[in-house]
Design a protein around this ligand. Structure first.
Ligand SMILES: C[S@@+](CC[C@H](N)C(=O)[O-])C[C@H]1O[C@@H](n2cnc3c(N)ncnc32)[C@H](O)[C@@H]1O
Length: 196
């Protein structure tokens, strides 16, 4: 499985957030098709802001977005607290990965803070992460359930999931967002053997 880690300074393409959705991967996808955890569908701004608020991001945080699309959640998170230690997006579709790089180039202050991995979420090492954002379909969340439980079990502090629930975790907070959607916060007390 190839995995490319890029700093945000690697691209010279113009910056622009995606304004359309697509369910098709590009020819240069790096993932196993069995690991398609969700089609691209961006989180709207009100849900991004609700997710950022729930995460309560601090200077020591390293935030991962697993399946980051065009990176918009990470850019919103960074702009909410530019003192964060690091933000990392994981995206297997080259088209969206390259949009992430292009947008990052247009926000110079994020150059040393935000990076993107062109790779498969299932293959990514989360040992540096302190908190995670996910927007994946239920079948996708099922595929990474073990990875997310392991993350919380080894000291990862919080996960925010937009729209769908992480299987077998009890949310500590649920916030309703536009269009009857929701963002849910999980922490180590969300694990099955830790809940009250
Ligand atoms: C619903 S979109 C969410 C995008 C972004 N997180 C947001 O909230 O705006 C899910 C994204 O996950 C990506 N994805 C799906 N399976 C993946 C995998 N196995 N590894 C990396 N990215 C994946 C898709 O290409 C898509 O961009």
């Amino acid at each position: 499985m190839s995995e490319l880690v890029a700093s945000t300074s690697e691209t010279s393409a113009p910056a622009r957030f995606a304004s359309h959705t697509s369910t098709a991967g590009s020819e240069e996808d790096v993932s196993n098709p069995q690991h398609k955890l969700a089609p691209f569908n961006p989180t709207d701004i009100s849900a991004q802001q609700a997710g950022v608020k729930l995460l309560g991001l601090k200077s020591e945080d390293v935030l991962y977005d697993l399946g980051c699309g065009d990176g918009r959640f990470l850019f919103t998170a960074f702009l909410s607290n530019p003192t964060m230690k690091a933000l990392v997006g994981v995206e297997y579709d080259r088209v969206y990965y390259e949009r992430c790089l292009a947008t990052a180039k247009s926000i110079p202050p994020c150059k040393d803070k935000i990076s993107f991995i062109h790779g498969d979420v299932l293959e990514v090492d989360l040992s540096e992460a302190t908190c995670i954002f996910v927007y994946l379909v239920p079948e996708g969340l099922k595929q990474i359930e073990g990875k997310l439980h392991e993350f919380l079990g080894r000291g990862g502090t919080r996960i925010v999931s937009y729209m769908f629930s992480v299987p077998n975790l009890n949310p500590v907070e649920v916030v309703s967002t536009k269009g009857a959607c929701k963002v849910q916060l999980y922490d180590s007390t969300s694990l099955p053997n830790k809940s009250s």
